[in-house]
Design a protein around this ligand. Sequence first.
Ligand code: UDP
Ligand code: MG
Length: 327
Amino acid sequence: MSAHAATHDRLTVVIAAFNEADSLPLLQPRLAAVLDDLRDTHRLDCRVLYVDDGSADATWVVLQQLAAADPRIGLLRLSRNFGKELALTAGLDHVDEGGALILDADGQDPPELIPRFVDKWREGFDDVFGTRLEREGEGWLKRGTAHAFYRVIGRLSKTPIPADTGDFRLLSPRALAALRQLRERHRFMKGLFGWVGFNRVAVPYHREPRVAGASKFNYWRLWNLALEAITSFSTAPLRLATYLGLLTALVAFVYGAWVVGKALLFGDPVQGWPTMMAVILFLGGVQLIALGLIGEYLGRLYEEAKQRPLYLIDTWQPAAGVSSGRV
Ligand code: UDP
Ligand code: MG
């Protein structure tokens, strides 16, 4: 077998789990069945890597039971909750060879679709990502805001970020290696995948409702994720501040000239208290907005400058046949 073919016969499914004790026992049998099939039909050697993102419930106990029953399962436990993006980064860092596939622990990304991703990979694609045809079990507000978000980030960022794309995706070894080189602390994963590039293809699918438990992403977290995405992949807000400042200055010059001209021509009976208040408040507002924008970027710069590790590992328990040396 050629060296090129060899990179196509190992796949690791990486799953970040945060308080998913109820979902995992439902997901794993489905996943195991799919992986058994892949071994027989595609001659693909599969591993599963669960990352416990500092869960507070029985997730770790459940994971250990699952791992004891199936030697293909490897476990990684982070020292605390680092958030999905960092948990996934930790997982991807610990894939030792072959491709990696990212799956949600809650069954929203159906494992039954994995063979379709693998087929695309074998056709030569490096980044096979699932795009949602519809969002079942999600209200109009979430759908609407998600839609708006993808439009905004699509316009602001030069990096291609496909709409309605989750983290359900398969990365070829070279795409995975490229992604591993991006060590920024503020990680908007969809953008990072887009930045990597290579041959990309979408697999449309129906995203199912969660099998158990509740979504960890409320609107406040989603809003912060959106801010993260925009500040990580675009400096357009800073440009906007510049234009806002220019426009304000221009209006101020014209208005100033008019006020002075009027006073010279017609004298100046002291007046204009309401106008002055309006102008002061307006300028104060514009300045604070611009300061806030700069602050958003400055704060992120500060976080990056500290050069802290992205995550800390509590326990690393590799699957059978996976080298334990990798970090
Ligand atoms: N997740 C995680 N760390 C967190 C939050 C979520 O690892 O801090 C995992 C979670 O267990 C699930 C995936 O990320 O496997 C997606 O989370 P969720 O289903 O809550 O998000 P949604 O599907 O609503 O976007
Ligand atoms: Mg979910």
